[in-house]
Ligand binder design. Structure first.
Ligand code: 5AD
Ligand code: SF4
Length: 427
């Protein structure tokens, strides 16, 4: 979502009198857009400011979740002029001008008004072949370890009409793959584009939204992320079975495989309920693959409880997953819990979990050997003539080609599989 927000900030500023330049050394204005989900986010920000600031710098603006969480503490760091939250970046041109003209010295803008933000953003430009589109922002789940409900705000769903307009604009200027993003896309409930009989709330859920988007001309691939297991419906699994552009790959974070820890995390489901959803999904869509997020060393987690996470991984069989050491976040319930786990234990558990996850990842990569897959190429490789693209499972696939493949879909036969990427040749 920070990639999406950053692009929208660039669109907003370049629509005003500002220009984006390649080298920050020559910049008058430096904008830092930040994430606060884990670890020393504020320290990282301050050291990056120190590293990038030059004599030429006239304005330093800090935005995103660190700004929202730190509030006016940000200004204790000398040189920062603007602190803006994730819901106020549409006002950045005005704020920068106020600083440049000397009208103000410091500006703090942390309001939560998603509606106003989205309706103020200009048309999209500078896009790539694969683009994100925010459909939903914020979260009402209040998992006890997580800062998102406090930094991104409460759940907001964009109206269907606005999402469709943005995607049509992207497809018209060359996008081929769209990823619908939000902190919890499965609880999407955006204003419907027209009134339907029997729909008294007059909102659409993600199932209906996906079906509408899938019909748009020029769209080759559709993804969405992130899903909360408790909001994942059988109907959405059926939409997967009936919608060819929707990729057979879903990120459904489980965080832990232990029921007591899941309860302490306030996740709203048990390990078995989660596994049952995966197996139902596999029944409905035999080619579906999953990825997940994990947190190890949540307060009070015992060795046996951690082992339950390893057992869940062995049963779930993910293609790829992301795992993290629990990180204490200010003002969250888990930060106040007694029984914080020492760093060395967290590290050991992370190592065990990552080795277990890697085994499945390698196994999945190998299962592709000899198969032909459609790849969307979006990067050049390190070696000459090398191009890198993604298959539907978000795996990086490397090929060699004399022809420029950027932006192209090509069928590729996979002939070697490493731990993190696979190689093939165009057929
Ligand atoms: N500590 C560690 N990991 C966290 N995540 C969210 N909050 C924390 C935290 N306090 C992880 C979760 C989530 C992913 C985006 O980041 O696994 O799914
Ligand atoms: Fe954070 Fe995701 Fe839980 Fe929301 S559902 S509180 S974003 S971990």
């Amino acid at each position: 979502m920070n990639v999406y927000d950053s692009k929208r900030i660039i669109d907003t500023l370049t629509k005003s009198e500002f220009e984006q330049i390649d080298n920050s050394k020559n910049a008058d204005i430096l904008i830092f857009y930040t994430c606060n989900i884990r670890e020393k986010a504020a320290q990282k920000l301050y050291s990056n400011i120190g590293f990038l600031k030059t004599k030429k710098t006239k304005v330093i603006a800090v935005g995103g979740c660190v700004a929202q969480a730190e509030k006016d503490l940000i200004f204790n760091h000398k040189g920062i002029n603007i602190s803006f939250g994730p819901q106020t970046y549409h006002r950045l041109p005005e704020h920068i001008n106020d600083i440049l003209k000397g009208k103000k010295d410091k500006i703090l803008d942390l309001e939560f008004d998603q509606d106003k933000k989205f309706s103020s953003l200009p048309k999209r430009k500078n896009i790539s072949y694969s683009e994100f589109v925010t459909i939903q922002e914020g979260c009402d789940n209040f998992c006890t370890y997580c800062v998102v409900p406090y930094t991104r705000g409460r759940e907001y769903s964009r109206p269907v009409k606005d999402i469709i307009t943005e995607i049509k604009e992207l497809l018209a200027i060359g996008a081929k793959e769209i990823t619908l993003i939000g902190q919890n896309v499965n609880s999407y409930h955006g204003e419907a584009p027209y009134i339907t009989i029997g729909n008294s709330r007059n909102t659409w859920r993600i199932e209906r939204l996906i079906q509408e988007i899938a019909e748009l001309d020029g769209l080759k691939r559709l993804r969405y992320t992130t899903s909360h297991p408790k909001d994942f419906t059988t109907e959405l699994m059926e939409v997967h079975a009936n919608t060819p552009v929707l990729v057979p790959f879903v990120h459904i974070p489980v965080q832990s495989g232990d029921n007591r820890i899941l309860k302490l995390m306030n996740r709203g489901h048990t390990a078995q309920e989660y596994l049952d959803k995966l197996s139902k999904f596999r029944d409905i869509c035999p080619n579906i693959q999953f990825s997940s997020d994990f947190i190890v060393g949540f307060p009070t987690e015992t060795d046996e409880e951690f082992e339950n996470t390893v057992k869940l991984v062995q049963e779930a069989k993910y293609t790829i997953s992301y795992s993290f050491k629990y990180s204490r976040r200010k003002n969250t319930p888990a930060d106040r819990m007694i029984g914080q786990i020492p760093e060395d234990i967290k590290e050991k558990r992370l190592d065990i979990l990552q080795k277990t996850l890697l085994k499945d990842q390698i196994c999945f990569n190998r299962s592709l050997l000899g198969k032909t897959q459609e790849i969307l190429f979006d990067r050049i490789g390190r070696k000459e003539k090398q191009y890198i693209g993604k298959n539907v499972f978000l795996q990086s696939v490397v090929v060699e080609s004399d022809e420029n493949l950027i932006g192209q879909f090509r069928n590729v036969k996979i002939d070697s599989a490493g731990d993190n990427s696979v190689k093939g040749r165009i057929v």
